[in-house]
Design a binder for this molecule. Structure first.
Ligand SMILES: *Cc1c(COP(=O)(O)O)cnc(C)c1O
Length: 384
C-alpha cells in the first residue's frame, strides 16, 4: 500500500524556505541576530519576560531543570506518560524521578496524588501537558508554594494551548516552560527547543548553560577583565546552541502558529463528531480550564478492545494510517527497570498505555485524508 498518513508532520511553505535562504546567504549562520529575534517573538507570543532557545527540546529541559536548581540526589515529581526526555533530563543532573500516576481522561499527571509523593528531598514538579491539554496549573502552583518546590512545564505538546486566560508559556503558574520544535510539534526548526521564564536569575543561568557555562558579561566576572578577549567559564555547561538558520525558520513558522492550531482544532472537531457515542473507544476531552492545542489526537480503547490493541494498530497501519502510541510508561523502559523501577508503580498509566492509539493530526492533512482516516478506522473496528 502506497498511502501513508503519518500521525504528525511539519508544514513548511515557500516563505519559510525564503527565510532560511536569507540567513544562508548572510554573514552569520549561527549566533547572529536571528536567535534573539526568535526569542523575543516567542516570549511575546506566550506572554513571558524571557525566552532562551536551545538545539532541542531535550537540551531545553536539561537547561530548565538546571536553572531552576535541580541537583544531585534531589527528587523531582513527574508523569510516566511522556517521552523519556522529560525524565531523562533529571537523570542527567543525577536527580531522581518520582513518578505519579495519571488521570485516565486527559492522560495528565493526577494532581491529587502529588502530595503523597513529596519528601524532604523533593525539589521540583515537572508536568507534561499531554497531547496539548493543559494540566490544572493553579493546583500545581498551590502545592509548589506549600512545599516550596519549583515547577517546570514540559510543554512540548502545548505551544499555543491555553490554561484559563493564559497562554502556556506565560509562566504565570511555573518557574519555566519548555517547548520543542521537532517536526512533529506545532512549529519546527528541524531540531530545536526553548525555555521561557519570568525569572531573571533563571534566564541568566540558561544563557550560560547553553554556552559551556561561559559569560563575557563584565558585571558578572569573578576575576578582573584582562582585556576585550576575556571570558570566564563559571559553571559546567554544554554547547546547546541553536543556529541562526534554524531560528529564521522558527520566526517564520511562529507567524503561522495560530493558523496551525486552528486547523488542528478543526480536525479534532471533525473526528469528535465522527467518533462520538461509538462503542469502540473514547475520544479526547477538553476540560473547562483548557484550550487544547491537539499536538495529538489520542483515542482510548474501551474495555472489550484493550486486548486487541496490537491487531487494531496493525490493521490501521496496513491501511496506510500512521498511528503511533503515546507513550510506553517511562519506567517500563529497560534502562529504568535496570536502575530499580518496577512495573505496577502507576496502574492508571499502565492501563492508559494499553488502550491508547494516536490518530493522524497535523495542519497539512487534507480533508480527503481526514475522511479516509475516519472511514478506515470505523471499518477496522467493525471487522476486528
Ligand atoms: C518532543 C518531546 C520532547 C523532546 O523534544 P526534542 O526536541 O525531540 O528533544 C520532550 N518531551 C515531550 C513531552 C516531547 O513530546
Amino acid at each position: 500500500m502506497d498511502k501513508f498518513i503519518p500521525y504528525g508532520k511539519q508544514l513548511i511553505e515557500d516563505d519559510d524556505i525564503q527565510a532560511v535562504l536569507e540567513v544562508l546567504k548572510s554573514d552569520f549562520i549561527t549566533q547572529g541576530k536571528k536567535i534573539p529575534e526568535f526569542e523575543k517573538a516567542l516570549a511575546e507570543y506566550c506572554g513571558s519576560k524571557y525566552a532562551v532557545v536551545f538545539n532541542s527540546g531535550t537540551s531545553a529541559l536539561h537547561g530548565a531543570y538546571f536553572a531552576t536548581g535541580l541537583e544531585k540526589d534531589d527528587e523531582f515529581i513527574t508523569t510516566p506518560i511522556t517521552f523519556v526526555a522529560t525524565s531523562n533530563a533529571g537523570l542527567y543532573l543525577k536527580a531522581k524521578p518520582i513518578f505519579v500516576d495519571i488521570e485516565a481522561d486527559t492522560g495528565n499527571i493526577d494532581v491529587s496524588k502529588i502530595e503523597e509523593k513529596i519528601t524532604n528531598k523533593t525539589k521540583l514538579i515537572s508536568v507534561v501537558h499531554y497531547a496539548g491539554h493543559p494540566v490544572n496549573m493553579e493546583k500545581i502552583k498551590q502545592i509548589a508554594e506549600k512545599y516550596n518546590l519549583k515547577v517546570v512545564e514540559d510543554a512540548c505538546h502545548a505551544l499555543g494551548a491555553m490554561y484559563k486566560e493564559e497562554k502556556i508559556g506565560s509562566c504565570k503558574y511555573c518557574d519555566a516552560t519548555v517547548f520543542s520544535f521537532h517536526p512533529v510539534k506545532h512549529i519546527t526548526t528541524g531540531e530545536g527547543g526553548a525555555v521561557l521564564t519570568n525569572d531573571e536569575k533563571v534566564y541568566e543561568k540558561l544563557l550560560m548553560f547553553r554556552n559551556h557555562g561561559i559569560t563575557k558579561d563584565k558585571n558578572k566576572l569573578i576575576n578582573t577583565q584582562e582585556g576585550d578577549w576575556y571570558y570566564e567559564m563559571q559553571i559546567l555547561g554544554f554547547n546547546y546552541r541553536m543556529t541562526d538558520i534554524q531560528a529564521s525558520l522558527g520566526i517564520s513558522q511562529l507567524k503561522k502558529l495560530d493558523r496551525f492550531i486552528k486547523k488542528r482544532r478543526e480536525i479534532a472537531k471533525i473526528y469528535n463528531q465522527a467518533f462520538k457515542n461509538i462503542p469502540y473507544f473514547d475520544i479526547p476531552i477538553e476540560k473547562e480550564y483548557a484550550f487544547h492545542s491537539y499536538h495529538l489526537y489520542p483515542i482510548r480503547l474501551k474495555k472489550d478492545y484493550k486486548d486487541k490493541k496490537a491487531d487494531i494498530f496493525k490493521a490501521l497501519r496496513d491501511n496506510g494510517i500512521g498511528v503511533q502510541v503515546h507513550y510506553i510508561p517511562v519506567y517500563w523502559q529497560p534502562y529504568y527497570q535496570k536502575i530499580g523501577y518496577e512495573k505496577g508503580l502507576c496502574p492508571k498509566a499502565e492501563d492508559f498505555y494499553q488502550r491508547e492509539i494516536s490518530l493522524p493530526i497535523f495542519p497539512a492533512i487534507t480533508d480527503n485524508d481526514v475522511n479516509y482516516v475516519i472511514q478506515k478506522t470505523l471499518e477496522v473496528f467493525q471487522k476486528i
